[in-house]
Design a protein around this ligand. Sequence first.
Ligand SMILES: Cc1cc2nc3c(=O)[nH]c(=O)nc-3n(C[C@H](O)[C@H](O)[C@H](O)COP(=O)(O)OP(=O)(O)OC[C@H]3O[C@@H](n4cnc5c(N)ncnc54)[C@H](O)[C@@H]3O)c2cc1C
Ligand SMILES: *[C@@H]1O[C@H](CO)[C@@H](O)[C@H](O)[C@H]1NC(C)=O
Ligand SMILES: *[C@@H]1O[C@H](CO)[C@@H](O)[C@H](O)[C@H]1NC(C)=O
Ligand SMILES: *[C@@H]1O[C@H](CO)[C@@H](O)[C@H](O)[C@H]1NC(C)=O
Ligand SMILES: *[C@@H]1O[C@H](CO)[C@@H](O)[C@H](O)[C@H]1NC(C)=O
Ligand SMILES: *[C@@H]1O[C@H](CO)[C@@H](O)[C@H](O)[C@H]1NC(C)=O
Ligand SMILES: *[C@@H]1O[C@H](CO)[C@@H](O)[C@H](O)[C@H]1NC(C)=O
Ligand SMILES: *[C@@H]1O[C@H](CO)[C@@H](O)[C@H](O)[C@H]1NC(C)=O
Ligand SMILES: *[C@@H]1O[C@H](CO)[C@@H](O)[C@H](O)[C@H]1NC(C)=O
Ligand SMILES: *[C@@H]1O[C@H](CO)[C@@H](O)[C@H](O)[C@H]1NC(C)=O
Length: 528
Amino acid sequence: MDTMGKLFFLTATLTIVLFNSTTAATSPIQHFLNCLPHSLVSEVTYTPNNASFSTILNMKIQNKRFKTATTPKPLAIITAKDDSHIQETIKCAKSNNIQIRIRSGGHDYEGFSYVSDVPFIILDMFHLNSVDINLQESTAWVESGATLGKIYYNIANKSNKLAFPSGVCFTLGAGGHFSGGGYGNLMRKFGLSVDNIIDAKMVDVKGNILDRKSMGEDLFWAIRGGGGASFGVILSWKLQLVPVTPQVIVFDVKRNVSEGATDIVYKWQLIAPKLHKDLFIRAQPNVVQIGQEGKKVVQISFIGQFLGKIERLLTLMNKEFPELGLNKSDCFSMPWINSTLFWYGEPIGTPLEVLLDEPKDPQPLYQKNKSDYVKKPIPREALESIWKLMIEGENFLMQWNPYGGRMEEILPSETPFSHRAGNLFLIQYLNIWSNESSEVSERHVNFSRSFFEFMTPYVSTSPREAFLNYRDADIGANHPSNVTRFDIAKTYGSKFFKGNFERLVSVKTKVDPQNFFRYEQSIPTRSL
Ligand SMILES: Cc1cc2nc3c(=O)[nH]c(=O)nc-3n(C[C@H](O)[C@H](O)[C@H](O)COP(=O)(O)OP(=O)(O)OC[C@H]3O[C@@H](n4cnc5c(N)ncnc54)[C@H](O)[C@@H]3O)c2cc1C
Ligand SMILES: *[C@@H]1O[C@H](CO)[C@@H](O)[C@H](O)[C@H]1NC(C)=O
Ligand SMILES: *[C@@H]1O[C@H](CO)[C@@H](O)[C@H](O)[C@H]1NC(C)=O
Ligand SMILES: *[C@@H]1O[C@H](CO)[C@@H](O)[C@H](O)[C@H]1NC(C)=O
Ligand SMILES: *[C@@H]1O[C@H](CO)[C@@H](O)[C@H](O)[C@H]1NC(C)=O
Ligand SMILES: *[C@@H]1O[C@H](CO)[C@@H](O)[C@H](O)[C@H]1NC(C)=O
Ligand SMILES: *[C@@H]1O[C@H](CO)[C@@H](O)[C@H](O)[C@H]1NC(C)=O
Ligand SMILES: *[C@@H]1O[C@H](CO)[C@@H](O)[C@H](O)[C@H]1NC(C)=O
Ligand SMILES: *[C@@H]1O[C@H](CO)[C@@H](O)[C@H](O)[C@H]1NC(C)=O
Ligand SMILES: *[C@@H]1O[C@H](CO)[C@@H](O)[C@H](O)[C@H]1NC(C)=O
């Protein structure tokens, strides 16, 4: 090499070295970390260099589909311990144009709280999990990171006559569950969680801490069912607790299709949404194997809850639904708090402290769920063909949750959750598998989609409605997730929110005009 050559080589090398160190020093994530107060970084921030990064990341991942080696990982996880940590995180993420994913319980079906297709950080809320019951007012302030189990446990620790209407799975987080509506087996009597939320605290895009009064009724409306992560970070909710009888009745009776269960299901469709509000009966079709050859048959579990005495329940059932043949020995009387364990499939006698457990399965299964709304009874012959197709699946089951009762009394515009009067029931399709091969995953996801296709004639149309909490990217999603296209957003938005979509867009445009809080299925701003 001649001198010129050497000089050139040296300059080039120097440039590369300089360039590399410059890009590293000025990468958005480095800027972001530098922007945060030092103590926030050293005490609550985990980057892939921290030994416990994976533990923290995986702790709340509920779906193995998003826990693989190829799943995109966050650049950092901020495990906020104080409201100010959230304000700082928003400020620094915004100024460095870094996408933020907010995670409370981590149960999002599509992993939107901890996965993104563009570089991102996670704001993890699990430390902020206090539950504060006010017995005089029958209210509770709960932080976003509190699980339903902790909320239920703390209510029952104060009173056996109070409850809160929300989901069955007690590891759900208050942050995501409530901001997506939140329903459970008290729905026919008291409506959704959001119908019983009377105040909230959140941090907006400017870093302001707002409550119901300072955020105003439009934003307070939007976060109760519109999905919190389009509008800001929910810190806590104020719940209006509801009265329950000291004992409730639960049952879980199973009927096989070969024993005439199709007729029982047909009748269930007609009466379950019209029964007395005190009674909620879910129908759960699944596939079981019988006999020595392991023949597959469809079996329906009718899982019920009654807010009253056993004699009244049996009288009611004999009158309205004798086809089920419910008798006294099928029924168990217990305090409401014990029933939350029963619904989760825990054996009777399970200690209530289980409600305080973290999700116990460190290796969750692969899963794909979808949802539908049914507005007119599915004909008998169609039910038969549905069972036939179910048997072709592997570990495929459904949950049919009846509406009616209180759900009919609340106007669809009262909260963003628009699926009120006129719905007989909500279907959830569940597909679960454990084989990690991508081909097997594809086969299961394909089956879910073709089953969904098959159901088209029997479910809602124009739009084909879907439940936000049963998140399903198949119905429309933005990729890359940092560009929110209005036409795509309108596709999923009209299915989730029907006529409420436009109002959500107006609120979004007002409170987050730069669309900082965005993800695959967020509410778009109205283009000006
Ligand atoms: C096993 C299981 C059982 C379920 N049972 C029911 C049921 O009975 N009834 C029902 O209605 N649903 C049910 N769901 C669905 C559940 O309600 C949703 O998945 C819900 O979003 C979970 O909330 P999360 O906080 O646990 O989830 P996350 O994954 O943490 O969050 C879900 C969404 O909310 C956003 N979010 C989370 N926290 C905040 C916050 N503090 N501020 C703003 N945005 C936030 C996230 O960014 C994400 O978009 C169930 C889900 C599972 C996995
Ligand atoms: C993560 O690692 C950095 C660098 O070693 C350290 O300063 C910080 O305290 C660690 N974070 C936590 C939350 O322990
Ligand atoms: C599907 O729904 C069931 C019941 O709510 C739940 O246990 C499961 O975790 C859900 N699957 C996904 C994709 O999270
Ligand atoms: C979205 O993210 C990609 C990948 O990081 C980036 O190239 C692009 O500029 C981003 N777009 C916007 C609008 O931020
Ligand atoms: C339940 O209440 C008792 C008495 O008020 C209290 O000592 C106990 O700590 C409470 N349990 C929990 C888990 O909060
Ligand atoms: C119904 O299914 C169960 C399996 O859960 C089986 O034990 C029972 O024999 C079946 N009954 C009939 C009549 O097929
Ligand atoms: C009640 O139903 C169960 C099964 O559902 C049955 O075993 C029992 O014999 C029934 N009892 C009466 C009194 O009918
Ligand atoms: C309800 O749970 C409590 C506490 O674990 C237990 O003592 C009681 O026996 C349970 N009651 C029923 C009917 O399951
Ligand atoms: C997983 O599925 C693949 C492809 O179908 C199959 O070859 C493999 O044996 C399965 N693994 C297990 C553990 O069942
Ligand atoms: C899944 O469906 C797609 C599109 O129809 C098809 O190309 C693919 O072969 C299917 N995969 C499996 C494993 O069945």
